[in-house]
Design a protein around this ligand. Structure first.
Ligand SMILES: Nc1ncnc2c1ncn2[C@@H]1O[C@H](COP(=O)(O)OP(=O)(O)OP(=O)(O)O)[C@@H](O)[C@H]1O
Ligand SMILES: CC(C)(CO)[C@@H](O)C(=O)[O-]
Ligand code: BAL
Length: 286
């Protein structure tokens, strides 16, 4: 026997706003979890964190076309709406906002957010239009739903820094909360794109996390940062990846670091294996 779902699904900004207005009138705090669907345990961790911080949790599910370049995987991005609604419902989410592209980008749409700071380099060297698309859609989602708090995964670490900067710079009245990366037992970061990995690629994939862990440990023990980064790059390549980048950066500004005194350090990597591009990152312990 299947029980009825408690989650409500809306497709329009008007219906979303109406629901949020009612919650606010009742004095309830609202959390937003923005996603592109194909939900997994990483997304559920964001929903759980939202539940702990607010009485009401909204998940948005929208595969945002403007953050994909024409050459990227927009058309094959996994779309599993029915399963996603069941997952969100089981996680205690109150509302799923599932707009279509016409709702988010009506005829004549002509506005994009321009970024510098943490958006420069790393992902932007390989996906130059990506963060403008992310920042614009995230700003829209925050303005549409006006949550008290919005949850983002550390898995997309540069995105988290870009969104945190965006909210400060545009005075958006919302707390941005980062949630630690959820991993498979072998260390691979959960990601919607992991479904594309062929068995031999899946077997090789934990090398990303292993390489970051080894480099983080070496740097934490006082080892030379450039040497540790070079060794990690070599490990990733040996495992069969083509490296886009692997670098040591300041944990908040994402400026390049070369010395232990340059601030809290984060290691970030993006690499391709077969037809799949994976990203990961790790803090260097102080
Ligand atoms: N393993 C994870 N742990 C914690 N948060 C995660 C994890 N994977 C994704 N998230 C977060 O979930 C939110 C929605 O991400 P998204 O829908 O793009 O899923 P994804 O698994 O990151 O997919 P993709 O394969 O596109 O990177 C983002 O804030 C992202 O950082
Ligand atoms: C934040 C986001 C939902 C914007 O489309 C997306 O970039 C993602 O899923 O990380
Ligand atoms: N999680 C980031 C979404 C993207 O790669 O477009």
């Amino acid at each position: 026997m299947t029980s009825a779902r408690a989650i409500r699904t809306v497709h329009t900004v008007a219906a979303l706003r109406d629901q949020v207005r009612q919650w606010r009138a009742a004095g309830e705090r609202v959390a937003l979890v923005p996603t592109m669907g194909a939900l997994h345990a990483g997304h559920v961790a964001l929903m759980d964190a939202g539940r702990a911080l607010a009485q009401r949790v909204i998940v948005s599910i929208f595969v945002n076309p403007t953050q994909f370049a024409p050459t990227e995987d927009l058309s094959r991005y996994p779309r599993t709406l029915e399963a996603d609604l069941a997952t969100a419902d089981a996680a205690g989410v109150d509302l799923a906002f599932v707009p279509d592209a016409g709702q988010m980008y009506p005829e004549g749409f002509a506005t994009t957010i321009a970024l510098t700071g943490p958006a420069l380099g790393l992902e932007s060297d390989f996906r130059p239009t990506h963060f403008a698309g992310v920042a614009t859609v995230v700003a829209k989602l925050l303005i549409q739903s006006q949550p008290d708090v919005a949850l983002f995964g550390e898995k997309d670490y540069q995105q988290l820094q870009v969104v945190s900067r965006l909210v400060r710079d545009l005075d958006l009245p919302v707390d941005i909360v980062g949630v630690p990366t959820v991993r498979e037992a072998d260390g691979l970061a959960l990601s919607s794109r992991n479904v594309f990995l062929r068995p031999e690629e899946r077997a090789a994939a934990p090398a990303l996390h292993r390489a970051l862990r080894a480099a983080a440990a070496a740097i934490a023990e006082g080892g030379d940062i450039t040497t540790a980064v070079d060794e990690a790059r070599a490990c990733v390549a040996t495992a069969g990846f083509q490296l886009d980048y692997l670098d040591a950066r300041h944990a908040m500004t994402l400026a390049r670091v070369t010395s232990h005194t340059d601030g809290p350090i984060r290691l970030l990597v993006a690499a391709r294996i077969g037809a799949t591009r994976l990203i990961d990152n790790l803090a260097v312990p102080n």
